[in-house]
Design a protein around this ligand. Structure first.
Ligand code: PMP
Length: 405
């Protein structure tokens, strides 16, 4: 399909929405992306012609739904280059994926053990480990973030010791845009016999994800941040690790057999999928990943990088503006601080000008604390954004700054 911006924009009906009488400029893709017709139609077609519960019945429609659902799983496995469909668990999203693994590790992490995360984690990859460590009297340690928004791998090596039981890190920061060297981190961790969990919420739509190449033990993402539906996501885990973890929830689907005394759990991946799954969500997510694949991730990376460079340059001219996070390797997520102004006030004015942009701590309060900032103004771009939109935004921002100073 290649990269044709006008064709792409036409795929997303919501982009023609007007806000306050102005053309919508949507720059909050880090929170969620919009959905192309290919995804909307896939979900709608499922409910129109294929809806049925999966894995349960002997009738034709149920077989169709089961095959579609399982084919989505196989597609995801291929998309992220997992070894097997057994390593792909459908979840509600990144948050549930982290909680699932943290719940399983509750049996494996005991008093005196250590878990390492970074200061730049989203609360989703922060609070589950914090609570696990509190409950089990383990210690949660934080790899600092350097001034440019990167981490120092030699500092990570210094933090690792015989008590370290897990390293969990975001692939890409939702605040700084930094792409972390997760392959190198896995190598360091594995040299020390430590498993690695990677939060790929911000990565899946913006970079190639190859879990075999990264060699992480767990990887997760949400469909809705990659042009797919809300309420569906993925947990990838190496079979060896998934077999070690206890089920996250109990009920139907996750059992092999039940009697009055005991239960034998189902095999992977079903052991972790209790209850009726989000079949339409899985099919919609498959459609969104196919959409990305058809355009080509390398084309997306190239295009988004031109947007990042263009926006960074354009913003330099705005009075008192500082960009937080200047890693060489980053996606088009630009966090902005404007001297003397509160991000919320600017965000409110921008909204009146039709520009949807995130303000606040971006679910990364510890990072804000470390940066000594109340929050930032965050531009997060996607494959359907344009330089014209960046121009509109930069003009609107300059106007808002003038009005507030
Ligand atoms: N991790 C990161 C890095 C994120 O950006 C987000 C969403 N902002 C999450 C985790 C949580 O994702 P979800 O709300 O889809 O579970």
């Amino acid at each position: 399909m290649g990269f044709k911006i006008n064709t792409i924009r036409n795929d997303f009906p919501i982009l023609s929405t007007k806000v306050n009488g102005k053309q919508l400029v949507y720059f909050d893709n880090g929170a969620t992306t919009h959905k192309p017709l290919q995804v909307i139609d896939r979900v709608s077609d499922y409910y129109k012609t294929e809806n049925s519960n999966v894995h349960r019945a002997s009738y034709n429609l149920s077989h169709i739904a089961t095959d579609l659902y399982e084919n989505s799983r196989k597609f995801v496995a291929k998309f992220i280059n997992a070894n097997s469909y057994r390593e792909i668990i459908f979840t509600k999203g990144t948050t549930e994926s982290v909680n699932l693994v943290a719940s399983g590790f509750s049996d494996l992490i005991t008093e005196g053990d250590e878990v390492i995360i970074t200061v730049m984690e989203h609360h989703s990859n922060f609070v589950p480990w914090q609570q696990l460590c509190k409950k089990n009297k383990a210690t949660l340690r934080f790899l600092p973030v350097l001034k440019d928004g990167t981490i120092d791998l030699s500092e990570l090596e210094d933090m690792i010791n015989f008590k370290t039981k897990l390293i969990s890190i975001t692939h890409i920061s939702n605040v700084l845009g930094t792409i972390n060297p997760v392959k190198k981190i896995s190598e360091i961790a594995h040299n020390n016999g430590i498993p690695v969990f990677v939060d790929g919420a911000q990565a899946i739509a913006h970079t190639n994800v190859d879990v075999s190449d990264i060699d992480c033990d767990f990887y997760c993402f949400s469909g809705h941040k990659a042009y797919g539906p809300m309420g569906i996501g993925v947990l990838y885990g190496k079979e060896e690790w998934l077999n070690k973890l206890s089920p996250y929830q109990y009920g139907g689907e996750m059992i092999s057999s039940v009697n009055f005394e005991s239960t034998i759990f189902n095999e992977l991946p079903y052991k972790f999928e209790a209850g009726t799954p989000n079949v339409a969500g899985a099919l919609g997510m498959e459609a969104s990943l196919r959409y990305i694949q058809d355009i080509g991730m390398d084309n997306i990376i190239k295009y988004e990088d031109t947007l990042l460079k263009y926006a960074t340059k354009k913003l330099e001219n705005i009075k008192g503006l500082r960009i937080i996070g200047n890693a060489k390797s980053k996606i088009p997520v630009i966090s902005i601080n404007i001297e003397g102004l509160h991000p919320f006030d600017i965000g409110t004015l921008l909204d009146q000008m039709g520009i949807a942009i995130r303000t606040g701590n971006h679910c990364a309060q510890p990072l804000m604390e470390a940066l000594k900032l109340p929050g930032t103004l965050r531009v997060s771009l996607a494959l359907y954004n344009t330089k014209d939109e960046i121009d509109l935004f930069a003009d609107a921002l300059a106007k808002a700054v003038d009005m507030l100073t």
